[in-house]
Design a protein around this ligand. Structure first.
Ligand SMILES: [Zn+2]
Length: 365
């Protein structure tokens, strides 16, 4: 009798373990970065979101400009009607059409307004400019007050890439063994003068070797982020941020994001392994660093999905590369085992049926 009871107890314990394990997997929050199409109506966008929900998404980060208030209101309402969390995904420092004086100046003395680095749209504002800070804080705070917006999401919340991800060097024909002067910001008179006032000396002759000059600019980004957070929190909303992986292993020295100092409510590191010429196993490794960098704060591991995965061996551009269906389990499990709060797909539209099946199975469904 006793032996039977022990056996029953053992079976129950096993059921408990299995039950908690499987239900935990089923609860993995899955978000996706997506867009409203030009021809979308509220109804068609809602239909699109319903499909994402059926695939297991729990929230969406919807791309908009700071000026797209009506679109954000429509998309956020649709997301809530479908039962999805809504992050208003908004590019921050890259803005066209602003006052010339608001743009950052590179180490060659060129304005990002007239000489953007790498690509035409890299028109980066100066995050140290009081006028820029005031304008950015105002935009995010206004958008946060749209009723169904749960989070405003800071994207391009950084300086341009002073060093590009290793996987992008060939694409741009660059070898970046050191900081790239055309993308090294900001050397405007005000930034240089404020550095001198803070550190009691000028920027070193070799700026890329000046650790305090680098730190000064990391602090400038942190200051802007924390001003946005204070203002958005004051209206009862939350802030999430799309960041480079790390922070120490990549984000701080590539784009001057020291995001462990940020007062944001959730972090979405873009753990895009192909950009760094890494395999799917790297996702879990870097997520471990990220989770440990911000104890108690949710980290959503951003996964880059390869749509044309059957031809991935022919894809040269990492911006068209990403995870194969067969790599989904390793990336998702690696992220969750490292303590991620969930994952975020870039993008759900790149997911093929094989990817969805792999995700479902990785979630234990
Ligand atoms: Zn400046």
């Amino acid at each position: 009798m006793k032996r039977i009871l022990i056996a029953i107890a053992a079976v129950s314990a096993l059921a408990l373990i299995l039950g908690s394990c499987c239900s935990k997997k089923a609860e993995i929050p899955v978000l996706g970065w997506c867009s409203v199409r030009a021809d979308d109506t509220p109804e068609s966008f809602k239909e699109y979101l319903q499909k994402l929900k059926a695939h297991g998404l729990t929230g969406v980060c919807v791309n908009s400009s700071l000026r797209d208030r009506e679109k954000i209101a429509m998309a956020a309402k649709a997301a809530h009607e479908v039962g999805l969390e809504y992050h208003a995904w908004l590019p921050c420092m890259l803005q066209g059409g602003m006052l010339h004086e608001w743009y950052a100046v590179n180490a060659l003395g060129q304005s990002a307004d007239e000489h953007p680095a790498y690509v035409e749209y890299y028109k980066a504002l100066d995050p140290h400019s009081p006028e820029v800070i005031e304008w950015i804080v105002k935009q995010y705070t206004e958008i946060a007050q749209i009723p169904e917006v749960d989070y405003v999401q800071l994207d391009y919340i950084r300086y341009p890439d002073v060093i590009l991800a290793r996987g992008l060097w060939d694409k741009y024909g660059l070898v970046m063994e050191e900081e790239y002067k055309p993308a090294d910001y900001c050397y405007c008179d005000a930034c240089k003068a404020d550095f001198e006032a803070t550190y009691g000396r000028k920027v070193a002759d070799e700026p890329s070797k000046d650790a305090e000059w680098a730190k000064f600019r990391q602090d400038i980004v942190t200051n802007l982020v924390n001003k946005v957070c204070a203002s958005v929190h004051a209206v009862g909303k939350k802030v999430s941020a799309d960041v480079f992986p790390g922070p120490d292993s990549y984000a701080t020295w590539m784009v001057r994001q020291q995001w462990k100092d940020w007062d944001v409510d959730a972090l979405f590191p873009m753990n895009y392994n192909d950009f760094y010429l890494e395999g799917a196993a790297w996702v879990g490794k870097v997520t471990d660093e990220e989770v440990k960098a911000v104890p108690g704060k949710p980290v959503y591991s951003g996964l880059f999905i390869c749509h044309d995965w059957k031809n991935k061996d022919k894809v040269i551009d990492p911006e068209n590369s990403g995870l194969l269906p067969s790599e989904i389990a390793e990336a998702v499990k690696g992220s969750m085992d490292a303590g991620a709060a969930g994952i975020c797909l870039f993008t759900p539209d790149s997911m093929t049926q094989e990817h969805w099946d792999a995700l479902k199975s990785a979630r234990g469904l």
